[in-house]
Structures are given as structure tokens and as C-alpha cells.
Design a protein around this ligand. Sequence first.
Ligand SMILES: *[C@@H]1O[C@H](CO)[C@@H](O)[C@H](O)[C@H]1NC(C)=O
Ligand SMILES: *[C@@H]1O[C@H](CO)[C@@H](O)[C@H](O)[C@H]1NC(C)=O
Ligand SMILES: *[C@@H]1O[C@H](CO)[C@@H](O)[C@H](O)[C@H]1NC(C)=O
Ligand SMILES: *[C@@H]1O[C@H](CO)[C@@H](O)[C@H](O)[C@H]1NC(C)=O
Ligand SMILES: *[C@@H]1O[C@H](CO)[C@@H](O)[C@H](O)[C@H]1NC(C)=O
Ligand SMILES: *[C@@H]1O[C@H](CO)[C@@H](O)[C@H](O)[C@H]1NC(C)=O
Ligand SMILES: *[C@@H]1O[C@H](CO)[C@@H](O)[C@H](O)[C@H]1NC(C)=O
Ligand SMILES: *[C@@H]1O[C@H](CO)[C@@H](O)[C@H](O)[C@H]1NC(C)=O
Ligand SMILES: *[C@@H]1O[C@H](CO)[C@@H](O)[C@H](O)[C@H]1NC(C)=O
Ligand SMILES: *[C@@H]1O[C@H](CO)[C@@H](O)[C@H](O)[C@H]1NC(C)=O
Length: 742
Amino acid sequence: MKNLNFIILISYISFSAIKAIIQGDETDCSYDNQNCSACGSTPDIQQLFTYNSNQSCYVTDCLTIGNAKNGWICYSCFNSIQQVTPGPFFDGTNCVNECPQGQQAGDFSSYICEVVNSGQGVNCDQGDQTCNGCGKNVYYAYQFRYNNNGDNLCYVFDCSPNAVKFLNGYVCNSCSTAPGSGNIPKGKFYDHKTCTDTCPPGYKADLSTGFVCLAPPNPGTQVQCSQDSQTCNGCGINPDTVSMFNYVSEQNCSVIDCHYYAFTSLNGWICKSCALATGSDNILQGEFYDPNANTCVKNCPIGTSASANTNYICTPVPVAVPCSNDSQTCKGCGSDATIQGQFNFMSGNNCIVQDCTQVTKFNGWVCNSCSFVNTNTPLQGKYYNGSSCTDNCPPGQSASAATGYTCQVINPGVPVACSKDVQTCGGCGSTSDIQNLFTKLKGTSCQVTDCFSNIIGSNLNGWICNSCQNASGSGNIAAGQYFDGKTCVKNCPIGQQASADTGFVCQNPPNPGANVACSTDSSTCGGCGVTNAIQNLFTHGKGNLCSITDCNLSVVGSNLNGWVCNSCQNASGSGNIAAGQYFDGKTCVKNCSIGQQASADTGFVCQNPPNPGATVACSTDSSTCGGCGATNVIQNLFTHGQGNVCSVTDCKLFVVGSNLNGWVCKSCSLASGSSNIPVGQYYDGKTCVADCPSGQSATADTGYMCKTSSNPASGNNNQSTTSDTSLIIYILGFANILNLLF
Ligand SMILES: *[C@@H]1O[C@H](CO)[C@@H](O)[C@H](O)[C@H]1NC(C)=O
Ligand SMILES: *[C@@H]1O[C@H](CO)[C@@H](O)[C@H](O)[C@H]1NC(C)=O
Ligand SMILES: *[C@@H]1O[C@H](CO)[C@@H](O)[C@H](O)[C@H]1NC(C)=O
Ligand SMILES: *[C@@H]1O[C@H](CO)[C@@H](O)[C@H](O)[C@H]1NC(C)=O
Ligand SMILES: *[C@@H]1O[C@H](CO)[C@@H](O)[C@H](O)[C@H]1NC(C)=O
Ligand SMILES: *[C@@H]1O[C@H](CO)[C@@H](O)[C@H](O)[C@H]1NC(C)=O
Ligand SMILES: *[C@@H]1O[C@H](CO)[C@@H](O)[C@H](O)[C@H]1NC(C)=O
Ligand SMILES: *[C@@H]1O[C@H](CO)[C@@H](O)[C@H](O)[C@H]1NC(C)=O
Ligand SMILES: *[C@@H]1O[C@H](CO)[C@@H](O)[C@H](O)[C@H]1NC(C)=O
Ligand SMILES: *[C@@H]1O[C@H](CO)[C@@H](O)[C@H](O)[C@H]1NC(C)=O
């Protein structure tokens, strides 16, 4: 246990040692930058510094500086909580505590040891002995030392480039006589780039110009930016730019000097005033100010424009809005000529505000078109709230293209139960446009978000009508709980009905059929037709009863059979399938065609009546016809009579088919009607024949099957011709059937 604690302690110590950092002291190498880019000559070194809220830079971690060194690092890390470097000065190789003989280092030299070459005295102190008059900010002043030997002059402490960060006329003048080598360029005057002894032609420099080469000012032209007709305070938003102007008269001011060196910052009024200034070395000429490029431009960038109303600042232009209601004019963009006249027609249904700064009358279209043009306060916001443009409609109101971007009270509908999935309002309409008009509530409830007719547009259906029927407010869709296919109505057209089942759409009621006994399993209507389409037309009732749900022709279509006909024969309403209790193979008929019959047994399909055979004595048990054939199929062709008597129920060829034997032949040989199996009382193994083949005979004992006879004399001997005849009869019978079918 003790050992374990010890190990934990060890690891804690090593862990914190790894995490420990030693932060350096703050330095002045930030100058007036907002970063530490001046703290080293390479990014590697610059990255070692952190810029802080004191606008200073310090070495982030003196333990991780590696071999990187310069004066600022030496200083920052020497003055850290623990002295990490051996001294605050950089001698070119190492951090040292003292510079080599004859050299000095300090803030002025970026803590690099060097031979100090001081400048001569310059008269730029303002009497406060700080040399603050020697430059436009303290960083200029820091380069000077005030000499109090009675001369009240300021001296550049060290004219080497390490020390001089900021040039101006006083610096140039002081350093122009500095001893030693490696100094900044020599020259008494500052020409806005470097120190020089000769100013450009037309320029002059002396103590009165601060030793800066200056030409006579190139004044700008008058611009109307005085707001108080007294000062030029309206010509800029800060004192620096305002002081560039001279007040002239009335609302007019003009830029005092358009020379590029006269400005520290630009604005649209400066650009405008200097756009026509004469003389050379002026700021780039162009009457508009492009804030992104921070320069004057002759043309604003695409998508922006400028005018006096934008203070000549290039400003985003209005956007097109879809308010033209005739694709020719902007008359749809407002209710009066003033608003309409503020728009220019573009194309399609688009119009655009001509000049957002000239707008005198507002509405939603104006606000929306001008929403990106932010110079005028009343134009801030995409929507119109009745008094001004706003980005937020008041509570309970909304705006969209449908409301002309005018904030409008929302007139919600009441909840209706059209959510099928309890999660979306997808069940409330067949299109997403309709579905999106609803807000989902709890459970199956959805409600129309806003019943305003411009929002609903043509996206109507029964659920919309039902939800909006009692909505308050004006401008709503027609009030009415049902949808008649065109609009919401309070009552459906005569004869039509609507309910939640029909989605509140007015519909003709179904014309149900009567009950018919076609259910074979007492629970479905599967027995009522051979196709699903027919079965689905039926509704199951009690027991074996089913009825057609709707006898309307457009519902039933061609899905007909006898049960359908029978159920629909008395259906009320119009537009139903043909009335008739029987199906003739094509349509429902009141009577079958002559010779045909229909009944429940034929499924109410018209059929020719059966051609029953004669009785034959083939029942062996006096109760069934099991003795009349070897197969069930043949036995089932017979109907049992009394005793041992059976008869073929229907001798038609399409009923009997090839299920022949002697009893069948015998029974059917006396059948009436047409289309029967071949006539012949004997079965020769293939068909019914009137005479057995030669040498064969048949009797009740052989089941009327031709068999080789022990006494040929008792057999039939004129076989050869009748056999052919039977065949012909068979073919004729078959042809009759074909006739029937076609
Ligand atoms: C540092 O600041 C100066 C002055 O604000 C700026 O010009 C320069 O681009 C900046 N450098 C970096 C690396 O941010
Ligand atoms: C800013 O400077 C003050 C005074 O030197 C110092 O107390 C403070 O910690 C500095 N702030 C930061 C963020 O370093
Ligand atoms: C004011 O300046 C405008 C041009 O910006 C000029 O048309 C107008 O004449 C000037 N007014 C006076 C009184 O000079
Ligand atoms: C367009 O809108 C205006 C203003 O609401 C209206 O007076 C005019 O009749 C409309 N024109 C058309 C074609 O709808
Ligand atoms: C309209 O919007 C403006 C700007 O958001 C707001 O100051 C004003 O109170 C609003 N007026 C109404 C009636 O909502
Ligand atoms: C609409 O108002 C009528 C009359 O007040 C009322 O009978 C009906 O139930 C209301 N419908 C809905 C959906 O609220
Ligand atoms: C149809 O009406 C006739 C005459 O009223 C009636 O005899 C028959 O039973 C009805 N049929 C059905 C299926 O209701
Ligand atoms: C039959 O149904 C169709 C489609 O549902 C409908 O258009 C027609 O009006 C209906 N006819 C009658 C008479 O109900
Ligand atoms: C249809 O049969 C009925 C009797 O069921 C008869 O009264 C009627 O005349 C018959 N109609 C036709 C067109 O044969
Ligand atoms: C022979 O055939 C003829 C004609 O089919 C028939 O009338 C006659 O009865 C037959 N004779 C016998 C013995 O069956």
C-alpha cells in the first residue's frame, strides 16, 4: 500500500512537470499591431509569442523556445517568474546580461546589443518633455529621448534599423547627421517612403511641415455632407475623417487635401470630393467608396451601388421580389401609385425597388426588396409590420411571399384527425404542398397553420376545409367543412355526401347491392367470383351472404359475373351497371337468351339446360352411382335415381368430355338436345358406338363395353360402316360446340 502511494506520487510529479510552462513577461514588440508579427523576423519565432488583452506580446512558454532567440525572447524569458534566459539582451548569438563593450540594448533596439548611433536634436517636443509631438502616436515618441540639457530638443536614441520602426520627418531629420554605419537612410526630409534630402518637384519640407515633403494641398470639390450647416460632422464617422474636411457653406464641405499622404482612412464623401480634385499624387480617383477594397472606385462592384443616400459607399442593391401580377408592370407590388412607382419591372413576376434610399412609402414587398440595403433605418428587415420593416413579425403574426411579406395575424384552423402515422401530417393531403400547410399536434391531430387564402392558394382538400371552417380573422379561404372539388362548402351538392371516411370530400354515396348467397366459407366472399377484383367488390354479411358494396359502373367496371348481376339488379341510385339478375357472358340481363337458363346452381350465369341421359341400371348399392364407373369423375357425371338406377346428369360434350364408358354411352344414347357426346349405346374403348366392332359384342353384363364375343352370331356384324358414322357424329357434335362458343 505504501509502495503504491509512492508510485502515484512519483507519477503525479512527473505528470505536472510535463504540463508545466513558464510564461514570459510582456513586451512591446506588438507595437500598434493587433498581433505579434513584429516580434520576430520569421514565423517560427513569431509563433512563440501570444498577444494578450493588454495589447502586449509575451513568450507563451519559455521552456519550449528551443534554439530560437532574439532580443524580445531574451527579454521576455529573462523577466519571467523564473529567469529562463541568462540575460535580457541578445548579443547576436546568446541572451546575455550585459552587452559587449560599447554596445547598448533596450526597448529602443528590440533588446539587441548594438552600437548606439544617436540622432541630432529636433524641435518636436510639445513642452511635456515626452517627445509625444514627434509622431502621431506613442510608438513614434518611444524612438526619441528628450534631452534636458536645456535645449528642449528630442533626439532619436538609435538610428539603426533595429531601433527605428516608424519613419517620419522628425526621425529623418534627427538621424540625418547620426554617426556610424548601418543606420537608416540619411536624409533630412521624409518623402512618405524614406528619408531624403530632396523632396519631389513641387514639394517642400521644413520644420513647419514636420520635415515631411508636402505639396500645396489639392483641395477636393464641394460635397453636401454637412448635416448642421455649420460643421463637417456629417462627412465622416470619426474625428480623423471629419478633420479632413473644411466647412464651406450651407450643407457643403470639401476635402482640404486630396494627396494620398493626407489620409489615414477613406470614406465615400472623401472619394466624392476628391474625385474631381486637380493636382497629382492624389488618392485613387473614383466617386464611390468600396469598403471591401478600402479604396475609391469609379464603379461599385456588381451587386452594389452608391449614391448620396448611401454616403457614396458601395452598398448592396435591392433584390427582385415576385410582386408583378401582370408580368408587365409592378402594379401588384402595392396598393397605390406611390409604392408601385418605387419599383422597376424586371421580368416574369419580378420587380425590384429602384433605389432603396429614396423610398418614401413602405410595404412588405419594399422591405423585402430592400432587406439587404442597410443604410437607412426604416429599411432594416425583410418584413413589414405595419409601421416599419422588421426581421421579426409580432407574436402571432407571420409573413411570407404569400402575405406580400407583410406581417399578418395567423388564422389557424382547428385540429383535425388526419395524421395517419401519429408523427407527421402526411395523411392530410396527397401533395407535400398541402401537407406542409398543417402543423402536427398530439396523436392523430393536425391543424392548418394559417387559413389565410393567399397562403392556402389552390391547395385545398376536405381536411383543409374542415380545419379552417371556423377560423377567425379575415382573408381566409371560404368557410365550409366539406370540399366539393373546387372550394369549401357548408353542404355537399344534392345527392352527395362527405365524412371523415371520404376525407370530407363530397362524393356520391355508394349504391350497394342486395345480399346474395355466394360466400362458401361464411366469412369471406371468396366464393363470389374467380378473380380477386370481383371478390373485392363484395362486402361479407352474415353467414353465406355477401353484397356488392357499390354498384356504380365506374366502381364495378367489367368485373361482372352472375352473383354481381344478381346483387346489383335492384340497386338504387344512378350510374350503376346494367340492371339484370343474370350474366349472359357479356353483361347483366333480365332474361337469358332463348334456350338458356340460369340459377344459383349456374351462379346466375345463363347456360343451356342440361341434356340428361336415360336411366341405366348401374347402381350396385341402390343409393349411389359408385358402380357406374371406375373413376370418381365418371361416377359424378351420374345422378342416382331409385333403386339401382342412375342417369347421366348432362350429356353435353363439354360436361362429359372424355370421361366415357359403356354406362355413359348407354345413358346418353337417348339424350335429347344438341352438343352431346357421340350417340351410340356401346363403348368401343374410344367412343360411343351404335355397333361393336366385328367379333365383339356388348350388353348390360359387359357394362355396354364392346368385348370379344364367344358367340359371334349374337354380336353385331355390320360394324365396319357404323364405326365411321360414329366418328362423323362425334366430329359434328364437336363442331356444334365450337359454333356455340363463337
Ligand atoms: C498584424 O497586424 C498588422 C496591423 O494590424 C497587419 O497589417 C498584419 O497583416 C497582421 N499580421 C498578421 C500575421 O496577422
Ligand atoms: C495586463 O497588465 C496588467 C498590469 O501589468 C497585469 O496585471 C495583467 O495580468 C495583464 N493582463 C494579461 C491578460 O496579461
Ligand atoms: C454645394 O455643392 C453642390 C455640389 O455638391 C453644388 O451644386 C452647390 O452649388 C453647392 N452650394 C453652394 C452654396 O456652393
Ligand atoms: C394587380 O394588383 C393591383 C393592386 O392590388 C390591382 O389593382 C390590379 O387589379 C391587379 N391586376 C391584376 C391583373 O390582377
Ligand atoms: C415594427 O418593427 C419595428 C422595427 O423592428 C419596431 O420598432 C416596431 O415596434 C414594430 N411595430 C409594430 C407595430 O410591431
Ligand atoms: C364550427 O362551428 C360550428 C358552429 O359553431 C360548430 O357546430 C362546429 O362544431 C365547429 N367545427 C369545428 C371543427 O370546430
Ligand atoms: C329485385 O326486385 C324484384 C322486384 O321487386 C324482386 O322480386 C327481387 O327479389 C329483387 N332481387 C333482389 C336480389 O333483391
Ligand atoms: C359513380 O362513381 C363515379 C366515380 O366515383 C362518380 O364520378 C359518379 O358520379 C358516380 N355516379 C353516380 C351516379 O353515383
Ligand atoms: C323476361 O322474363 C319475364 C318472366 O321472368 C317475362 O315476363 C318477360 O317478358 C321476359 N322479358 C323478355 C324480354 O323476354
Ligand atoms: C346393321 O346396321 C343397320 C344400320 O345401321 C341397322 O339398322 C341394323 O339393325 C344393324 N344390324 C344389326 C344386326 O345390328
